[in-house]
Ligand binder design. Structure first.
Ligand code: HEC
Ligand code: HEC
Ligand code: HEC
Ligand code: HEC
Ligand code: HEC
Ligand code: HEC
Ligand code: HEC
Ligand code: HEC
Ligand code: HEC
Ligand code: HEC
Length: 433
């Protein structure tokens, strides 16, 4: 157990915060914000006013912060087959390494509210920190002789946690694949398991003209979903003028859960009001600044057109270079063909193909849409297994993703060079492969 020394600052803060809570000041974000010691990282600033999500009972207990990190991220790290799990460092054989860098604790590498030392992905250790534990790598692997320690985690080399698309075995298995695999493998979505609700049915007549027709021809209209399925308050059954994600949860639990784990819905998951477009740190359309994020940011209330949601909706809000470049990409041309009915279903590449892919096996629970658009975003190699390798060889995907200019131009051209990892794998003696 690691405890921070109870410095006078801590004592003052703890007393200050308890007093503030006592007099009800805590109900106001602004006063809570005053206790923040510095700017919160890109991953967490949306929920920074929900102090209790990370700082539970006391502000000084590292084990409590650790369990908060575990509660929200433990699942994804174990799914990622974390290469450096805590168990590696509670093993007495690694005690010497832990003395140099205590990798048992997340906060050793991810402290919070310290903008000046925070790099991408909330990492707060210097870039060459792998050195502390792997200084002998050139002896174990002569091919690594002379490589700089700040290059270990370059895109396509290694990650600290998720190496599923980088393991040697994986690369060897996919050596010499062509750039284009010539087939697509996105599965069809499974039917929604509908909860039958015993509520009074209403007709689309109550929705005027075009909106009514859109509803009737939508998946909901066709499936016989009633107005009250969304518009009746769960407790009082009173008419809700503006249904939100709580109305969808009953029938679409997985979509709502995913949405709450990413940057579109994480504030709602922390019990805060939904994210406002104007509060975003990434580049977003200023004319939508006042809007709050919800399911109908992408899905219009009654038409629920998923094709519009997959690219057009995103482009109306996101205005960074990468997003703007999409329209001119070969992927966008393929998506347009699919929309026009010229391309077969699954051959187009929309924003959602990469950022909200269809996941699941079809065996257990079926194929559904990953609504956490941060799930495969960083590190980028996460996109290889679930997305690119549906259509491209792994070598091509790795080379394309490791090129920042190609990401910025939304993959405007083929990558010019091969990735070094492939060169190394190829150079390994046959009997070692
Ligand atoms: C997403 C998680 C998270 C949220 C939310 C959060 N913090 Fe923190 N905070 C941390 C972490 C991690 C540390 C570093 C702890 C460590 O070094 O052991 C920290 C450290 C601190 C420190 C000590 C800084 C220092 O220099 O030692 C203070 C004070 C603090 N937080 C206040 C707040 C307040 C007030 C809020 C709410 C307004 C808040 N935090 C919300 C994660 C969070
Ligand atoms: C209440 C849930 C919650 C808690 C507690 C929490 N996080 Fe997060 N964290 C999130 C969400 C949601 C995101 C944003 C989505 C994403 O990037 O995956 C995020 C983002 C991050 C990122 C950045 C990922 C990126 O790609 O930019 C890191 C690193 C991280 N968290 C580590 C931690 C650590 C370490 C702790 C404990 C100090 C912690 N988190 C506590 C929910 C939480
Ligand atoms: C020794 C340093 C170190 C420790 C300890 C550490 N991380 Fe990380 N973490 C990193 C680095 C470096 C990255 C950047 C991506 C990579 O290399 O995997 C990262 C990325 C992440 C990400 C975003 C990317 C992803 O793969 O999902 C999350 C979330 C995260 N860490 C959570 C945690 C949590 C939770 C803990 C504690 C259980 C933890 N980390 C412990 C170094 C560390
Ligand atoms: C706190 C110590 C520590 C740090 C820091 C650390 N590692 Fe490791 N790493 C280990 C241990 C322990 C193992 C288990 C194998 C061993 O004993 O060498 C390991 C194993 C590995 C492996 C073997 C593959 C695997 O998944 O089993 C790779 C690759 C690796 N680390 C890369 C890195 C990279 C890249 C960094 C920096 C981003 C890093 N490590 C930082 C301790 C560390
Ligand atoms: C009473 C159950 C129920 C509720 C409540 C509900 N839905 Fe649905 N939803 C369905 C059914 C049934 C389908 C059709 C499923 C199918 O064909 O697989 C569907 C389909 C969808 C589709 C896919 C449309 C398409 O064209 O494929 C979207 C998007 C959707 N719902 C979003 C929502 C949103 C957003 C909410 C909340 C505002 C919501 N649903 C509330 C039952 C419900
Ligand atoms: C799948 C969920 C769903 C179903 C089913 C549904 N609606 Fe809606 N409805 C919504 C959402 C979401 C909104 C937009 C709320 C907002 O603007 O925030 C909305 C908005 C409305 C509005 C405008 C409310 C206002 O005050 O601006 C009316 C009127 C309405 N719906 C009537 C109906 C009628 C009548 C039916 C049945 C024929 C129906 N809805 C079926 C989800 C649904
Ligand atoms: C109504 C506006 C709106 C729409 C529509 C929208 N987004 Fe977002 N998006 C946001 C906001 C706000 C954030 C949070 C930005 C932040 O925290 O800086 C965000 C975050 C993201 C992120 C995470 C960025 C990061 O750096 O972690 C990705 C990726 C993303 N959106 C992709 C999409 C895609 C793909 C679509 C369409 C399928 C879409 N968005 C539709 C407003 C929108
Ligand atoms: C950022 C845009 C965006 C947001 C926000 C969003 N969706 Fe979706 N949703 C999509 C896209 C795109 C698809 C279709 C993807 C595909 O066809 O592969 C989709 C598909 C769906 C489907 C059909 C999936 C299936 O398996 O048939 C449902 C149901 C759904 N969304 C529900 C929701 C609910 C509930 C919310 C709010 C928690 C929500 N969506 C928020 C973009 C979004
Ligand atoms: C072929 C796959 C692909 C397509 C198509 C695609 N993206 Fe991306 N997107 C990526 C990759 C890879 C990244 C880089 C992730 C990283 O390393 O931060 C990214 C990053 C982003 C980011 C984060 C930018 C930031 O500064 O944090 C947003 C937002 C985003 N994409 C939105 C979109 C939107 C909107 C579309 C459609 C107009 C789209 N993307 C199309 C693969 C794709
Ligand atoms: C559904 C299939 C599909 C998926 C998924 C997909 N692509 Fe593509 N991609 C294609 C096709 C087909 C082309 C166009 C080939 C042509 O017209 O020459 C293409 C073109 C490209 C190009 C431009 C090649 C050139 O010659 O100009 C790059 C770079 C690229 N894809 C990278 C990626 C990356 C990286 C991912 C994953 C993040 C990805 N793609 C996901 C099918 C896909």
């Amino acid at each position: 157990m690691q405890l921070l020394a109870p410095t006078p600052l801590w004592i003052a803060l703890t007393i200050g915060m308890l007093t503030a809570a006592g007099v009800g000041m805590f109900s106001e974000g602004a006063s809570r914000r005053a206790f923040l010691p510095g700017k919160t990282s890109a991953g967490h600033y949306q929920i920074e006013l929900a102090c209790g999500e990370c700082h539970t009972d006391s502000f000084t207990n590292s084990d409590q912060i650790q369990s908060a990190c575990q509660r929200c991220h433990g699942g994804e790290l174990s799914e990622a087959e974390d290469s450096h799990p805590r168990t590696k460092f509670t093993d007495p054989r690694n005690a010497a390494r832990v003395e140099v860098l205590d990798a048992r604790y997340c906060v050793t590498c991810h402290v919070e509210h310290k903008e000046e030392q925070t790099r991408e992905m909330g990492v707060t250790v210097p870039e060459d920190y792998c050195f502390h534990c792997h200084q002998d790598i050139a002896t174990e692997r002569p091919s690594h002789e002379g490589m700089a320690f700040d290059s270990c985690d370059d895109v396509g080399c290694h990650n600290f946690h998720d190496n599923r698309a980088l393991y040697e075995d994986y690369l060897i298995k996919h050596l010499d694949e062509p750039a284009q695999l010539g087939h697509q493998r996105f599965g069809s979505l499974s039917k929604t398991e509908t909860t039958t609700l015993e509520r009074e049915a209403q007709t689309a007549a109550a929705l005027s003209g075009e909106e009514g027709r859109a509803y009737e021809s939508s998946a909901h209209g066709r499936a016989g979903t009633t107005c009250n399925d969304c518009h009746a308050d769960a407790e009082s059954q009173a008419w809700l003028a503006k249904p939100n994600q709580d109305s969808c949860r009953e029938c679409h639990r997985r979509e709502v859960d995913g949405w709450e784990r990413g940057r579109h819905g994480m504030r709602v998951a922390a019990g805060l009001p939904p994210m406002r477009v104007g509060d975003g740190r990434v580049e977003l359309a200023s004319e939508r600044a006042h809007e709050s994020l919800g399911c109908n940011s992408c899905h219009s209330a009654h038409a629920m057109d998923t094709r519009n949601a997959a690219a057009e909706a995103c482009q109306s809000c996101h205005v960074d270079d990468h997003t703007k470049a999409y329209a001119d990409s070969k992927h966008a041309a393929l998506w347009k063909k699919e929309l026009e009915g010229v391309g077969a279903p699954g051959t187009g590449v929309s924003c959602a193909s990469c950022h909200m892919p269809r996941v699941g096996s079809g065996n257990d629970g079926g194929v559904y849409v990953q609504h956490n658009q941060n799930d495969n975003l960083r590190p980028r190699e996460k996109m290889i297994r679930g997305v690119c390798s549906q259509c491209h060889g792994v070598e091509f995907s790795l080379a394309a993703l490791s090129n920042d200019d190609l990401v910025k131009s939304n993959f405007a051209s083929a990558p010019a060079t091969q990735h070094q990892s492939m060169t190394l794998v190829r150079a390994r003696p046959r009997d070692e492969q």
